[in-house]
Design a protein around this ligand. Structure first.
Ligand code: NAP
Ligand code: SF4
Length: 677
């Protein structure tokens, strides 16, 4: 082996088949699985990842019957007629030497549809539908449905199936006392609670024969009350092995758990020691998951013998060529998943097609295409934030001659502010990725260069992309020009801030700034794992005896007293990401941040900030006021409508629209314009 990632690249022999390396693209619902006419797109999406070198792919969840649907009429495989579109997918993957499993997912009480069933009739906090308790007969029928689905998957060309038994879906509901309160042979002690899962494995094995992969995804740590202990998890793992599984995949936390398991503030590989504990007790290969996003982390896990394979779903959305870049020592070219969830899981939960914030091509491979140009153009991109870098590097990779002008000393724009927020260290990786791309694609980067229109016209550019971004919106009340009033940009760049602070504006940045101000300036970044586990109350013992893996949380006292406020009367943070907003709200609550809504800002005086709240004037005695009141576009370079110019002008990102400034749109608009030039 000539690279330093020998463990990642080592084939895994399963006896009847071989997986070419240790990287598994984990299951992620893209929204393309549910309709047959989307399968050409799904095949292109998986085909690109297979071409990028991944060893094993697991599809998004496909239901074995209609009670198992996640959404009405979700992807199902229970008739011969269902298999034709899947053949496009298996063919696209096999063409590049990768293997693919179809995930069989029965959502149980997580289904967002009226047919939902579960172990016991207990409603989940994340679906409005109360489940019907499964009868003995329905359980037996469902076991047969799983076996039939697996056999159809085999006919569709899959190398195996994954049975989804974690994250709180149906089989996890049976495995744990959290939902399973039955007293029949499917409930009670763990030997009964696991019967359903074990019988499914046996039924599938007897139907599909020996030469077909059966992977079971088992919850290592439920993180819900009355969840399993590690002893119980091991008992289930051993029984599944005996029943005939080929691979044991791992999951962490139910979807309803109120402990973060995948967001960016979760330390990398935070849960791998629980997987390592189970691995000691089984002989089938075990797959580690959750917050593994870069080759060094993956290699460390495998080299330490903590797992046999590593699973990454989001990192392979972010970069389809993660494995081939690793194999050819081009790790610095990996477009790293920053675990923001903004374009993947948040989309899935809103029933929108998943994509990726840092890679808008993900799941749009047939629509957003970066073809080599036949007519190279001279292109200027003004602004080195993520929108500008996205436009410049993609245009240059297509063969255009690109100059990127950046007024400041460094590229990165708003990401340079975000990267200093505790728990957002991954944002460094995006800046690193673009810097490497700028170099590799030959973009002529001109830092410290504030261009004007005359210069742009004089240099003879064919196209000019305005990506000049935003400036923070100021506060316009009496006293707002006093020195104790700072913008969020000044604070995140290190301006001194007092002990008592008022944060004006409770959007994503108001929350970020509050988190930044709660912690000491020189705290280690990223947060050490043990400290993070203490803060969230996760049992650090891999052989935990606590049900669900909880211990009481221990929160360090905050170093500042913070008021976070907004004018709207809605709850604060309601507009934050669906899968990450609750983490930010919980963090601020734990650190005693006072949240005020329906506030009017009156004046800043030497005493502090005067506000009106509930019809009364009130003085908040604060030392510093931080304004996080959104942004205004910077677009002076954009010609007015009808104005004649030599070049074609385009405007993208925050410069185009500050109101909904967000990196997802900025990077996508950069990519879209670059694809069209
Ligand atoms: P934002 O989400 O639009 O929030 C701006 C805040 O300022 C609101 O709370 C708004 O509430 C307040 N505001 C607006 N105009 C004001 C005025 N004239 N005076 C006083 N208050 C005013 O913008 P942001 O927080 O700057 O974030 C920008 C974007 O960055 C977001 O859209 C998001 O996509 C992204 N981002 C997301 C996250 C995350 O999800 N964790 C983190 C950082 C950034 P009222 O109008 O009710 O006062
Ligand atoms: Fe990762 Fe964010 Fe992309 Fe999802 S949207 S794959 S979390 S970078």
């Amino acid at each position: 082996m000539t690279t330093s990632y020998a463990h990642i690249l080592k084939p895994l022999h399963l006896g009847f088949t071989t997986i070419k390396n240790r990287v598994v693209m984990g299951s992620m619902h893209t929204g393309l699985e549910d309709r047959f006419y989307h399968y050409p797109k799904l095949a292109a999406y998986f085909g690109e990842r297979a071409k990028g070198g991944v060893g094993l792919i697991i599809t998004g969840g496909i239901s074995p019957n209609r009670q198992g649907w996640l959404l009405p009429a979700g992807g199902t495989m229970n008739t011969l007629g269902d298999i034709a579109p899947h053949r496009l997918v298996t063919h696209a993957v096999h063409k590049h030497g990768a293997k693919i499993l179809m995930q069989i997912l029965h959502s149980g009480r997580y289904g967002y549809q009226p047919f939902v069933v579960s172990a016991s009739p207990i409603k989940s906090p994340i679906s409005m539908f109360k489940p019907r308790q499964m009868s003995d007969r329905l359980i037996l029928e469902t076991i047969q449905d799983y076996a039939e689905t697996a056999s159809l998957a085999k006919k569709a060309g899959y190398d195996g199936v994954e049975i989804m038994g974690s994250e709180g879906y149906l089989l996890n509901q049976f495995l744990s006392r959290h939902v399973n309160q039955r007293t029949d042979r499917w409930g009670g002690p763990i030997e009964n609670r696991m019967r359903f899962a074990v019988e499914i494995v046996k039924a599938i094995r007897s139907k599909v024969g020996e030469k077909f992969i059966i992977c079971f995804r088992l919850s290592m740590l439920d993180l819900v009350h009355d969840g399993n202990t590690m002893d119980e998890v091991i008992t289930v793992a051993q029984a599944l092995e005996k029943a005939g599984i080929t691979l044991l995949n791992t999951g962490i936390g139910w979807h309803e758990a109120r402990i973060p398991t995948i967001v960016t503030s979760v330390p990398r590989a935070a849960f791998v020691d629980y997987t390592a504990e189970v691995k000691k007790h089984v002989s089938v290969p075990v797959i580690a998951s959750n917050r593994i996003n870069m080759p060094d982390t993956a290699e460390e896990i495998l080299a330490a013998g903590k797992a046999d394979m590593v699973q990454m779903a989001r990192p392979l959305l972010a970069d389809a060529f993660w494995v081939s870049k690793t194999a050819t020592n081009r790790v610095d070219e990996i477009n790293t998943c920053i675990a923001c969830n903004q374009a993947c899981l948040d989309h899935s939960f809103q029933n929108k097609r998943a994509s990726c914030l840092v890679n808008p091509r993900a799941a749009h491979e047939t629509e957003l295409v970066y073809l080599k140009t036949k007519k190279p153009k001279k292109v200027a991109v003004v602004g080195g934030g993520v929108a500008g870098m996205s436009a410049a590097t993609i245009a240059a990779s297509r063969g255009h001659q690109v100059t990127l002008f950046e007024a400041s000393t460094e590229v990165g724009g708003q990401f340079n502010l975000a990267k200093v927020v505790p728990g957002k260290e991954e944002f460094h990786e995006t800046i690193r990725y673009f810097k490497v791309q700028i170099e590799k694609t030959g973009v002529d980067l001109r830092l410290n260069t504030k261009v004007n229109r005359e210069q742009l016209e004089r240099e003879g550019f064919d196209d000019v992309v305005i990506a000049t971004g935003v400036i923070p919106r100021g506060l316009k009340i009496d006293g707002s020009d006093s020195p104790q009033v700072l913008s969020y940009a000044e604070v995140l760049r290190g301006a001194p801030v007092g002990y008592r602070v008022a944060v004006i504006g409770a959007g994503g940045i108001g929350f970020d700034v509050s988190e930044f101000l709660l912690k000491p300036e020189h705290q280690p970044q990223p947060q050490p794992l043990a400290e993070w586990q203490r803060e969230w109350g996760i049992d650090p013992n891999p052989n935990y005896m606590t049900e669900g893996g909880f211990v009481p949380a221990e929160v360090e006292p905050p170093i500042r007293q913070i008021y976070l406020m907004q004018r709207k009367t809605t709850p604060l943070g309601i507009g934050l990401g669906k899968t990450s907003g609750w983490v930010h709200r919980a963090q601020l609550k734990k650190h005693a941040v006072k949240m005020l809504r329906g506030v009017q800002y009156k004046a800043v005086t030497n005493e502090g900030l005067w506000i009106e709240s509930n019809g009364h004037d009130q003085l908040l005695r604060v030392d510093t006021i931080v304004v996080c009141a959104g942004q205004e576009s910077v677009k002076d370079l954009m010609p007015k409508e009808g104005e004649s110019t030599l070049a074609n002008y385009h405007i993208i990102g925050g410069a185009k629209l500050a109101g909904e400034l967000d990196a997802k749109r900025a990077i996508r608009e950069g990519a879209e314009i670059a694809a069209k030039l």
